[in-house]
Design a protein around this ligand. Structure first.
Ligand code: DGT
Ligand code: MG
Ligand code: MG
Ligand code: MG
Ligand code: MG
Length: 270
């Protein structure tokens, strides 16, 4: 395009490239989902349809962006992880975050009616998401980030399960349940659930206790391939990745076992 005297405005754009050779986590979170979940009468504390919808939208994001190596979701949030070698959008912060947020939101709305067939979306209660990118320098710290989210899932779910059981089955008011749970530790909540309501927390669904981890399963086929590849080889591998099935799992990602059994997730190969 020919230069015009207006071209100088381009200089006002600030670079926002994320540090090279670091893990990039883009975390998105539902905006005002407290209100939204009330409006559409999500089941408390966990609505399976809402969680399945979050996961379905996240699977589409993983398929759309083959550079993503793993994702973790809980409640109204999802964390998407790019490998340190990722060069997508020259690692530009805004471009990565806005692409993930808008792709996720588009699929969330597109798939809504599959999971809530008798509850159509109504303005102004339309789902939207915020997002941010954070970089982590080592795989250890990335894993600690993932562990942090999963511990959060556990703590919130134990609290919410106990709270709503006391209200829904025990007939307590919200205020009384909240008051009684003040200062309690995990063991206390487990005991309330078991002694008063005969509920063994361990038997709650894994998706509620552990959240959802998404990764690619069929990587073995090409995980051994050479690190240096031609452009066409790279393209081929990208296609393979795109095709590789995205698995939705509800397992412990804090201990080593998950990662040791699936070395391709952190190795970034290809
Ligand atoms: P934000 O993120 O600052 O815009 O505000 P919120 O309202 O989205 O707050 P946040 O993200 O801290 O908390 C998530 C809300 O979403 C929380 O109020 C509970 C609700 N939520 C998420 N999943 C479920 C569910 O499965 N069932 C129900 N009943 N509510 C859910
Ligand atoms: Mg929030
Ligand atoms: Mg939220
Ligand atoms: Mg949230
Ligand atoms: Mg454009």
């Amino acid at each position: 395009m020919a230069n015009s005297r207006f071209e100088y405005v381009k200089d006002f754009e600030q670079p926002d490239v994320l540090l090279p050779n670091t893990w990039i986590v883009v975390r998105i979170d539902g905006r005002g989902f407290h209100k939204l979940s009330d409006h559409y009468a999500f089941i408390k504390p966990n609505d399976r349809r809402a969680l399945d919808l979050m996961n379905a939208a996240a699977v589409e994001v993983m398929k759309d962006l083959p550079d993503l190596c793993i994702a973790y979701g809980v409640s109204d949030e999802f964390s998407f992880v790019f490998h340190p070698t990722c060069q997508l959008f020259e690692r530009r912060n805004a471009k990565l975050v806005t692409t993930i947020v808008s792709t996720f939101t588009a699929y969330y709305i597109h798939l809504w009616s599959t999971y809530f067939p008798s509850t159509p979306l109504q303005p102004p209660y339309l789902p939207s998401f915020d997002g941010r990118a954070v970089i982590y320098p080592t795989a250890r710290i990335l894993r600690d980030y993932m562990s942090w989210r999963q511990v959060d899932c556990h703590i919130n779910n134990l609290y919410n399960t106990t709270f709503w059981t006391m209200v829904q089955q025990g007939g307590l008011t919200n205020t009384d349940a909240e008051q009684e749970l003040k200062g309690t530790v995990s063991a206390d909540k487990n005991e309330i659930l078991f002694k008063r309501f005969g509920i063994n927390y361990n038997n709650e669904l894994e998706i509620y206790k552990k959240g959802s981890v998404l990764y690619r399963q069929d990587e073995d086929d090409y995980a051994q391939s050479e690190p240096k590849q031609s452009r066409s080889q790279q393209e081929k591998l990208k296609k393979l990745r795109r095709k590789a099935q995205v698995v939705v799992d509800h397992v412990d990602i804090i201990r080593d076992e998950f990662w040791e059994r699936r070395p391709w997730i952190l190795s970034g190969k290809p």
